[in-house]
Design a protein around this ligand. Sequence first.
Ligand SMILES: [Zn+2]
Ligand SMILES: [Zn+2]
Length: 103
Amino acid sequence: MDKKLLQAIKNGREDIFYNSRTWRNKRKQILERDNNECQICKKEGKFKPADTVHHIKELKDYPKLALIDSNLISVCFSCHNIIHERFGEQKSRGEKMGIPERW
Ligand SMILES: [Zn+2]
Ligand SMILES: [Zn+2]
């Protein structure tokens, strides 16, 4: 992991990380690994294309896990919002979508 990126995350500049080539390549790799399918929907027997790669352990709390495959999971937009509301560690980026809790 690039020291500059690690430092950026620690400084609260996650945008620098997300805009980096390193992350974009990793993100692509994870989406491919997961066949571009939302892994949460998949567990429920549904198919939905993934458009987001989520950090299972929050980026800002575990910057060292930022690029670790086992900490990354492909999810769809709605599941991603649900994850972040449910665990409440990070305000969901989009507005509240009015998605009902499913679990
Ligand atoms: Zn999903
Ligand atoms: Zn996330």
